[in-house]
Ligand binder design. Structure first.
Ligand SMILES: Nc1ncnc2c1ncn2[C@@H]1O[C@H](COP(=O)(O)OP(=O)(O)OP(=O)(O)O)[C@@H](O)[C@H]1O
Length: 314
């Protein structure tokens, strides 16, 4: 299947000399939800801005459904909706006029039915005649989404969609993203909220210091990198892990009341039965066992620190 969006060797050095993006190769499939995960300053906004034609790449090519994003800018851009991080609307305009105007900007014929449904989906219909400056912060965010969707784009970029929004807007946003996906819209969101990627995404890309460190199916990523932990609640607390247990990756937590065993969930043998037998041999009593999986957050932290160590060693 032809990707709906592809980046080949896309890099960016700002005029200041700052290298914000390093030769990114990425293909986005039609209809997927792709989460670009990375800390502040990682290069997420730079990457989105390049695809949306707001920032010029220093090198590389971007193709949107077969259209070159630089040479064939208009056609490429018309397929994309962008919800930016920062407010970019005329404060004196009304909600409905903003949506209608944005639709026209992309050369779409007026469609009041579509705009009405869009504003209703975003709980903005009652506010349609309000000036944007009179709306709450959360409502303003909804207007940004309405504006981005006004021309029925095939690809929607959401730059940190839920940074600083309340729980109800976040839930509404997730629901809306689900509905858009059902309609076949491709969604690319940037976030540093791991739970957002975990909740929504089909694939996750991890970016740090301008480098796309990896791209993988969310489930595969969790599986591949997922470590598991098992907490063993001890009858008697300990001060140190006995030397006889050194072949297992153990640490004491909860002020010595628990032994935490970290193991690779994918390994053929977990080492749990032998560990429990050994505890029995050593007369170490335990009253409870509890296992947990690592979250994307743990994976992300591990990955970034691993790469940093690798880079430091070069
Ligand atoms: N116009 C610019 N000129 C110079 N440097 C810039 C410019 N825009 C961004 N940068 C730098 O490029 C790097 C990447 O910034 P970018 O905004 O892409 O990161 P981000 O991943 O979106 O971060 P955040 O999560 O904080 O939005 C940062 O170090 C930033 O300071």
């Amino acid at each position: 299947m032809q990707p709906i969006l592809s980046l080949a060797g896309v890099g960016k050095t700002y005029k200041s000399g700052h290298r914000a993006l390093e030769a990114v190769d990425l293909e986005i499939h039609k209809g997927e939800i792709f989460a670009l995960l990375g800390p502040n300053g990682a290069g997420k906004t730079t990457m989105i801005s390049i695809v949306c034609g707001i920032v010029n790449p220093s090198e590389g090519t971007i193709t949107v459904d077969g259209h070159d994003a630089v040479r064939d800018y208009k056609k490429a851009r018309a397929m994309i909706g962008l919800v930016p991080q920062e407010l970019s609307v005329d404060m004196f305009e009304t909600v409905i006029a903003t949506a209608r105007f944005s639709r026209r900007l992309f050369g779409r014929a007026p469609d009041d039915g579509y705009i009405e449904q869009l504003l209703k989906d975003l709980s903005l219909w009652d506010k349609r005649d309000s000036k944007i400056m009179a709306l709450s912060g959360g409502m303003k965010r909804r207007v940004l989404i309405a504006k981005a969707l006004s021309h029925e784009p095939d690809i929607l970029f959401l730059d940190e969609p839920t940074a600083g929004v309340d729980v109800s807007l976040r839930r509404d946003m997730w629901k809306l993203i689900g509905r858009l996906r059902e309609r076949g819209v491709t969604i690319i969101l940037t976030t540093h909220y791991i739970e957002e990627a975990e909740e929504m995404a089909d694939r996750v890309g991890v970016i740090n210091n301008g480098r796309l460190l990896l791209v993988d199916e969310k489930s595969a990523l969790m599986k591949k990198l997922g470590k598991r932990e098992m907490d063993i609640a001890l009858v008697e607390p300990m001060t140190t892990v006995p030397g006889a247990l050194s072949e297992w990756d153990l640490e004491l937590v909860d002020e010595g009341h628990k032994l935490r065993y970290t193991f690779d969930a994918q390994a053929e043998r977990t080492g749990i039965p032998s560990l429990l037998r050994k505890l029995g041999d050593l007369d170490i009593g335990f009253k409870d066992l509890e296992t947990s999986k690592s979250s994307l957050e743990d994976i992300f932290v591990d990955l970034v620190s691993e790469r940093e160590q690798e880079e430091a060693a070069l």
